[in-house]
Design a binder for this molecule. Sequence first.
Ligand code: UDP
Length: 246
Amino acid sequence: MGESRSPSGEKLYEGKAKILYATEDSEILLTRYKDDATAFNAQKRGTIAGKGQINCAISRHLFEMLESAGVPTHYVDCPTPIEMRVKRLTIVPLEVIVRNVAAGSLCKQTGIELGRVIEPAIVEFCYKNDDFGDPLLSEGRIYALKLATPDQVEEIELMSRRINELLTDFFKQCRITLVDFKLEFGITTDGKIVLGDEISPDTCRLWDNTVEDPQARVLDKDRFRQDLGDVEGAYRRVLEKVAAIA
Ligand code: UDP
């Protein structure tokens, strides 16, 4: 099968969920999506069968939807079901978290109850640095660390709010609530800020809005984090719903 061959370009970087390769075009990189799963800053590790292919397909659909709505992304195309060609970016070392509904670290850190609707949505920034456990940043810390300029922060926040509107509407059509998600941005060789990384059940909290039960409705990596079972089935259901609407 095409996806089992080794990409011919030099391996540049191996992350927790993807491997990055060079290609013959210096402006284009190849990402290979892995089945490996990690949580809690890689303290919990496992494998989710088929995840690489599922997340690659979900990300492809969502990047194509965002591009057609005018949001610039790094997406180019998918030469195989587990590989995505992307534009070369200099990654801005921020994890941008968007929250529509309270969950995860927001509940843990503030006592706000799980499931409370957050309006307007929160856009917040964490330091993309595993050595420090991706801590929440203030604007002052972003500038002191020179992670981005004030103009870049403003543009990234505006883009994130637009992406949130588009993704929330899209998932609503899939009968899924987009609870929260993480985005990463990068700068192209010609200086434009574009959306990078992936958009998948690894990076979003997604609740099936046709299901009441608070565990059964979970269609994202919380099934792996909290040992809720049938992680692969949940990811597959997201892909089926996304592919049916896309
Ligand atoms: N997230 C992510 N990568 C990270 C941290 C968070 O993709 O390194 C996603 C996570 O899946 C969730 C959202 O960002 O959809 C908000 O995560 P939160 O801050 O609540 O952290 P968590 O509870 O995952 O520790």
